[in-house]
Write a protein that binds this ligand. Structure first.
Ligand code: HEC
Length: 151
């Protein structure tokens, strides 16, 4: 018994630190509904940037915005923790009964955003191909909304 007391005391500051970090993490995560609202609003801005980049023939702008959409795609499932359909949200309950399909739709979106980012970063990016990749990506936004978002 006495042997374990000392190491325990040494661990106390660590436990306190972990607790503090935990609290900070909780504060940052805010409400998942608010978090995804912010993230999807940012997605909308990225889409505007891509349109502007395509219009002005600025592939680097397209690539950057598509990359941030790809990053969002990877995070989408984690933005929908179980039970986060209570409150001011347009998320349909089917998300959580069909979570594998929801995740697959997020993955498709991520892959298409990635394809766009890659095409746009390649030297001499072809505008028509970029526009086509953009349309395909947008179709994957819509496919998910149609199934899982109230309009
Ligand atoms: C895998 C599914 C999925 C994909 C892919 C997806 N969304 Fe969404 N989106 C949702 C869901 C579900 C909601 C509703 C979230 C809520 O209200 O809690 C939403 C909400 C939104 C909102 C409303 C945010 C607000 O103000 O509350 C916008 C804007 C949006 N998405 C844009 C996009 C765009 C643009 C894309 C593609 C570039 C995209 N989404 C891709 C599932 C998806």
């Amino acid at each position: 018994m006495t042997v374990s007391v000392r190491p325990m005391f040494r661990l106390l500051p660590l436990a306190a630190l972990a607790l503090t970090l935990g609290l900070v993490a909780t504060a940052n995560a805010a409400d998942p509904i608010e978090q995804r609202e912010q993230d999807f609003k940012a997605a909308k801005r990225s889409v505007e940037q891509i349109k502007a980049g395509l219009g002005d023939n600025k592939p680097a702008m397209v690539a950057a915005a598509a990359q941030s959409l790809s990053d969002l795609g990877a995070r989408i499932p984690s933005l929908f923790p179980p039970g986060s359909n209570q409150g001011k949200t347009d998320a349909k309950a089917e998300i959580w009964t069909n979570f594998a399909d929801f995740t697959a739709k997020a993955k498709t979106f991520q892959e298409r955003a990635d394809t766009l980012a890659q095409l746009a970063s390649a030297p001499g990016a072809d505008r028509a191909r970029l526009a086509d990749a953009f349309d395909k990506m947008m179709a994957s936004c819509k496919a998910c909304h149609r199934a899982y978002k109230e309009d």
